[in-house]
Design a binder for this molecule. Structure first.
Ligand code: CP
Ligand code: NVA
Length: 318
């Protein structure tokens, strides 16, 4: 399928991105197609401004480099203003209810991107506000990252359906979103995690249900070599996510044997690509020789946050 030419056929069922599970396959493909078009246009010097005069509020309860910069730069390129609101500064961080924050922001801005801890807080924002809400990462999901990852996979492989993606490491927000995003598009997805760190059964169930509709596969295992076997794409993420700093040492012990190094990557196809959402810890979840090696496309992936996030903004706030 030529994604560049994938036509926008239907309005989005809901004007939020809380988890990719809420988006249909068609909506995901529309956003990837628009991202490709916006990227090609930007490289050719075209900067359409479909969001001229609009404002995006960006609430951050956790640190960020890529998410903040991609949304802020992306919003500006589309003609919108972007407000950086750290919870260290706004009243939300001092206990103002999320429901009141949603109602206040809905009177002043046109969309909210939020990076926070609980998925329930995001849902409250969407429930009580009257403007689009975008998940910029929660403890459960990181859908914006997966859209950039799917874009990167498509650019390097020329297709999506029928590929195999392997995720090695913690069954965290990235693992959950990778399971959902891949299974929605008919991509086989395998996750290998140590005992006690598997992705949540509820989200694995969603992925299995999505995969059934495509005849694609979902595999959750403790064996990294099994997960990586024959993969077109190998990815990993930090062993201790934001909010889990106190567990970092215990996790280093638990995840020994789950590093994506040259030996593990050798189980994948010879032309497999390596993805990491970044920030990365060389020598922990990934060997320097892999992330800085010839199969790594992590900086294409990072750049694609900009194009993927612009597509999300244009589709939800336009
Ligand atoms: N990958 C990602 O979300 O990076 P940041 O934490 O820097 O936003
Ligand atoms: N799993 C990581 C992703 C960072 C982009 C975290 O939540 O910290």
């Amino acid at each position: 399928m030529d994604l560049m030419r994938y036509a926008a056929r239907a309005p989005f069922a809901q004007r939020h991105l809380l988890t990719l599970q809420d988006w249909s396959e068609d909506e995901i493909l529309q956003s990837l197609s628009l991202a490709l078009q916006l990227k090609a246009g930007l490289k050719a010097g075209r900067r359409p401004k479909p969001l001229a005069g609009k404002t995006l509020a960006m609430i951050f309860a956790k640190s960020s480099t890529r998410t903040r910069v991609s949304f802020e730069v992306g919003a500006r390129q589309l003609g919108a203003d972007a407000l950086f609101l750290s919870t260290a500064d706004i009243q939300l961080g001092r206990g103002e209810p999320i429901s009141d924050t949603a109602r206040v922001l809905s009177r002043m801005v046109d969309g909210i991107m939020i990076r926070t801890f609980a998925q329930a807080d995001l849902e409250q924002l969407a429930l009580h506000g009257s403007i689009p809400v975008i998940n910029g990462l929660t403890d459960e999901f990181h859908p914006c990252q997966i859209l950039a990852d799917l874009l990167t996979i498509y650019e390097h492989k020329g297709t999506l359906k029928g590929l195999k993606v392997a995720f090695i490491g913690d069954g965290n927000n990235m693992a959950h979103s990778m399971l959902i995003g891949c299974s929605k598009l008919g991509i086989d997805v395998s996750v290998a995690s140590p005992a006690g760190y598997a992705p949540k059964a509820r989200y694995v169930g969603w992925a299995q249900e999505n995969a059934r509709a495509h005849g694609s596969l979902v595999c959750v295992t403790e064996d990294p070599a099994e997960a990586v076997g024959g993969a077109d794409v190998v990815c990993t993420d930090v062993w201790a996510s934001m909010g889990q700093e106190a567990e970092a040492q215990a996790r280093r012990t638990a995840f020994a044997g789950y590093q994506v190094d040259e030996a593990l990557l050798a189980h994948a196809k010879a032309d497999a690509i390596f993805l990491h959402c970044l920030p990365a810890h060389r020598g922990e979840e990934v060997a320097a020789g892999v992330i800085d090696g010839p199969q790594s496309v992590v900086f294409d992936e990072a750049e694609n946050r900009l194009h993927a996030q612009k597509a999300v903004l244009a589709l939800l706030m336009g």
